[in-house]
Design a protein around this ligand. Structure first.
Ligand SMILES: [Zn+2]
Ligand SMILES: [Zn+2]
Length: 238
């Protein structure tokens, strides 16, 4: 069984921040190649990165992609390089858009809410939803991932809401955090999707969930961004 040694928030030390566990390449919607990302990781002084490419159940290129990572990382013995993926919730019961065979290739699996299934094989239009309804649907899909999907990390919690309406309702974020702790799944601290990072960190300090650190890097310049923002907040210096 794959289990990364995620730390709980209040156990973090400065050296634990020196990673980026959410990166995309030009295999999907990122801009850079695997080799570019590895070189950039060294340039910005990271100790650990994870390639967490977007996948779906019908994805057929993953074994080759994973093999490419395993081959190329041999040139960087100083860097811990994880093979991972990011897949989305398919329903509120933990339905997950990745096959067992694909997950077996991974060191880290990110579960995300990206779209809102309508229960009839299609998706709801975000524009048709009130902010309250939007938050509730995103919450229920995320709870489903935490309760029943084979994930290590809940990626960008509340992120779809945040992109459209601002900060995800704190009482719902708190429930996600509590559920993640109960299930031993890491909450992602995301520099890309948290409009109010300091408020999120206050909640982390209170509930003390397992945490993962990810920039959701699509452009090379963003690699390590989450680390930098957390350092600026003094995380780990206690
Ligand atoms: Zn995502
Ligand atoms: Zn992503």
């Amino acid at each position: 069984m794959r289990r990364l040694p995620f730390k709980r928030f209040r156990e973090l030390r400065p050296s634990d921040l020196n990673c980026d566990l959410h990166c995309h390449t030009n295999q999907t919607d990122g801009q850079a190649s695997i080799a570019d990302v590895l070189a950039q990781a060294v340039t910005v002084g990271l100790d650990r990165i994870a390639f967490t490419e977007h996948v779906r159940r019908e994805t057929d290129w993953f074994p080759r992609f994973a093999a490419d990572i395993r081959r190329l990382r041999q040139d960087y013995p100083q860097l811990e390089v994880l093979v991972g993926c990011e897949a989305k919730a398919l329903n509120t019961r933990g339905g997950f858009d990745a096959t067992d065979a694909l997950l077996a290739e991974c060191d880290i699996v990110l579960g995300s809410v990206h779209r809102f299934p309508d229960g009839k094989g299609s998706y709801l239009d975000f524009d048709d939803l009130s902010p309250a309804a939007f938050a509730q649907i995103e919450f229920e899909l995320a709870i489903g991932l935490l309760e029943a999907a084979p994930i290590d990390v809940l990626a960008h919690p509340g992120g779809m809401y945040a992109r459209r309406h601002g900060q995800f309702p704190p009482h719902l974020m708190q429930k996600l955090m509590e559920k993640s702790l109960e299930r031993g799944i890491a909450m992602e601290i995301s520099s890309s999707y948290l409009p109010d990072l300091p408020a999120f960190l206050v909640l982390c300090a209170e509930i003390n969930p397992y945490v993962s650190i990810g920039s959701d890097m699509h452009r090379l310049a963003d690699l390590g961004r989450c680390r930098d923002l957390m350092r600026a907040q003094g995380v780990g210096e206690w």
